[in-house]
Design a protein. Structure first.
Lengths: 400, 327
């Protein structure tokens, strides 16, 4: 069994996230929706704080309330909060070597702070914050979440307040979107189209290129709306230099040697496909792939050949086996043979069901192993995480 | 008291938005609903709004495009493309000449769509509502964006109404709102799995749909429901079997050589895991039931162990949904 199991394992690389977390300053957890990015980031952060030392911050985009509770916080806010050391003691870590801090990304608040930092004067700042389009654009503008997540990461890192920052990424339509968000933001503010849009209607000099744009834009959106947009962007453009420079700095942070990406995936086909896509995207952009973490993986023993043979017998010859069990030494008094037979049939059937899934997972794992070293595997949990102890227990799978 | 009868038969509606947290099987459920409707003789259009290509996978066909294609008898599939939607709209509404030269213009609009909130969304919702209004199909099923984005999309016509006072876009929002706000015509279906985060997101989304959009919550589909393994009496027997001496008796009965329980252990561990999972999920399911507005239609789709995606899985899910709907 050992030989078969190792054949299904990924080629050996480092077997723990420990060296990665010790060496890097920024760890970005990404992956498709529902794979457990947030929990993985929090668990890794808890392990780093407990074992490595230093100040560790986990920024999460949208945590479950229970996860906030698990970290011992009433609620998350944009403000960084320390998880009290006594929570570690309660979780069995008498003296954590470092500090664990947590914060949540509040998109609106983060945008407001950005505007406050970059507005040239108080009047412009207030005009922007009060603009009806502003609220709409910052909450709905495509990629505004993605951008602000990376922006805040940059800001906190640049402040030098932490030794290690782990961030989980927003649920984007496409896992890759947030990587391009800073660049797109810079493009957006330097775009010729934005200049067209922000030229006041009365002073427009129509060029061959811009005339059809205005004609159609006016007919579709209405002149007034265009003017509203224009006014908003005129205000926003006063922050142009600051914004573009900032977006470029954020882009540089992503490719900095101290930054690494951890891709989290389950072994279901769709997340695996997205993971492969994401790994390619990282390599195209020369970004550092630190680890692939497989989450919610079924135990290896579901693929045990002898157990499978027994399961097949249980589901086909439950009555025969039940008779044998109840008549065996130590078997008396288990229950009525027909009931025992039903139990055995269910046990066998259930095993075979999960065995199919486990086998499929094995194939997906082999496929992934061809493109990246799988560093850590977290088994399927049969319970939810409700406290720091639970997070550390999960985290121990990242640390072996 | 008899269970409340849903006001409209789910598939009698004309436009269904299927949404839910990422990873719960939203696309598979949308595909299964489309399949089910088509198999009942309803001319059905399935539209993938986030171009991820998963819809094509559900039918194992070539990638779907903006131009709809019949992927099964009576079932058409397309992928939303806001540029193409805009071109179609301009062609139909504005009768603009020289549409062939719209290339750069469409890029321009891609930009405006980004800059002006709601424009991209309205091009998506508009295309779907248009297919409904023109009665090209009996039913349009949208594999809509995940919970985080769906509200923005469905609320777009109202948002546009607030922001845009005149112009063609404004003129278009009225009839869209009529279609979206008419419960017998349009509904949202939220897909969840019986797990903590998907359940929380579903409850939150149900509230936001009610407060921020005109769209009716038509049903919640609970996907990947695990079977109940044991009755209470059987569970007692199972506990007995976990006692070391009983386990050895079982090992002897199945003929495992030598001392110890050997390969019988994984079987019992496996059943134990299944029982615990089922129990945890039952708790989440309870929270979901309690949290939803009374009378919300709940449809259960079992965990498919054999196939997780592809034509076969789509078919099995369609059958499960059909059984739940009483077909």
């Amino acid at each position: 069994m050992a030989a078969r199991r190792s054949a299904l394992r990924a080629p050996t690389g480092p077997s723990s996230l420990e060296p990665l977390l010790a060496a890097k300053e920024i760890v970005i957890c990404c992956g498709s929706g529902g794979v457990g990015k947030t929990t993985t980031a929090a668990a890794a952060a808890a392990m780093a704080a407990a074992n490595l030392g230093g100040k560790v911050l986990v920024i999460t985009v949208d945590p479950a309330r229970r996860l906030a509770n698990a970290l011992g916080l009433e609620r998350f806010g944009n403000v960084e909060t320390q998880i009290p050391p006594e929570h570690f003691a309660a979780a069995g870590v008498a003296e954590p070597r470092g500090e664990l801090w947590a914060a949540m990304l509040d998109t609106k608040q983060s945008w407001d702070e950005l505007v406050r930092a970059h507005a040239p004067d108080a009047a412009t700042r207030d005009a922007i914050l009060a603009n009806p389009l502003y609220a709409n654009i910052t909450s709905r503008f495509v990629q505004s979440h993605d951008y602000i997540a990376m922006e805040r990461l940059y800001e906190i890192h640049a402040s030098g307040r932490y030794d290690l920052i782990l961030v989980d990424t927003p649920p984007t339509r496409n896992a890759i979107d947030f990587l391009e968000a800073p660049e797109r933001m810079a493009d957006f503010f330097s775009s010729r189209l934005l200049r067209w849009l922000t030229v006041p209607a009365r002073s427009r000099v129509f060029t061959m290129a811009s005339k059809p744009f205005y004609t159609v834009a006016d007919r579709i959106l209405g002149t007034q709306f265009l003017q509203d947009i224009a006014e908003f962007f005129l205000l926003f453009q006063t922050m142009y230099d600051g914004f573009v420079e900032r977006a470029r700095a954020v882009t540089r942070t992503l490719s900095d040697k101290r930054t690494t990406f951890v891709v989290v995936s389950t072994l279901e086909p769709s997340p695996v496909r997205e993971t492969e896509f994401f790994i390619d995207a990282l390599s195209d952009r020369k970004l550092h792939l630190g680890a692939v973490v497989l989450n919610k993986v079924l135990p290896d023993w579901f693929r045990d050949r002898d157990a499978t043979a027994i399961a097949q017998r249980m589901s086909t010859d439950a009555a025969g086996l039940a008779k044998a069990v109840t008549e065996a030494p130590g078997g008396a008094g288990i229950g009525a043979p027909d009931q025992v037979a039903r139990v055995l049939a269910e046990v066998g059937e259930s095993f075979l069901n999960f065995q199919v899934v486990a086998t499929r997972e094995g194939e997906q794992r082999a496929e992934l192993a061809a493109v990246a070293d799988v560093v850590a595997t977290i088994p399927y949990a049969d319970h939810d995480i409700t406290d720091l102890a639970g997070l550390l227990e999960l985290g121990s799978w990242l640390w072996r | 008291m008899p269970p409340p009868v849903p006001p409209t038969d789910l598939l009698d509606r004309r436009l269904l938005f299927v949404t839910g947290k990422g990873g719960v099987g939203k696309t598979s459920i949308a595909a299964a609903l489309g399949s089910l409707a088509a198999s009942q003789g309803r001319r059905t259009l399935l539209c993938e709004v986030d171009a991820k290509g998963d819809l094509a996978g559900a039918f194992e066909t070539a990638p779907t495009e903006f131009r709809e294609r019949e992927v099964a008898p009576g079932l058409w599939a397309m992928t939303m493309d806001t540029d193409a939607s805009l071109k179609e709209y301009l062609g139909l509404q504005l009768k603009l000449p020289l549409l062939a030269r719209l290339g750069p213009l469409a890029r321009t609009f891609d930009f405006v769509a980004n800059a002006a909130p709601g424009v991209k969304e309205i091009l998506t919702v508009g295309k779907l509502c248009y297919e409904v209004r023109e009665r090209h199909y009996d039913l349009v099923v949208a594999d809509a964006p995940a919970s985080g984005h769906i509200v923005g999309q469905l609320a777009a016509p109202e948002a546009i109404n607030d922001l845009v006072k005149v112009g063609l876009v404004r003129d278009q929002t009225g009839w869209m709102l009529d279609i979206l706000g008419d419960a017998p015509t349009t509904g949202a279906i939220v897909v969840a799995t019986p797990e903590e985060m998907p359940v929380n997101e579903t409850l939150e989304l149900a509230g936001r749909l009610r407060e921020e959009t005109v769209v009716d919550l038509a049903a919640v589909v609970v996907n990947r429901v695990l079977p109940e393994l044991f009755t209470r009496g059987e569970e007692k027997i199972f506990r007995e079997l976990r006692r070391p001496d009983r386990t050895e008796a079982l090992a002897a009965a199945v003929g495992v050589p030598g001392p110890g329980a050997g390969s019988v252990e994984p079987l019992l561990d496996g059943a134990e895991l299944a029982v615990k999972l089922r129990r945890t999920r039952a708790e989440h399911l309870g929270a979901l039931r309690d949290g939803l507005p009374p009378g919300t239609q709940l449809l259960y789709v079992p965990e498919l162990f054999q196939r997780s995606h592809g034509v076969r899985a789509t078919r099995q899910m369609a059958e499960a949904l059909g059984a739940e709907l009483g077909y």
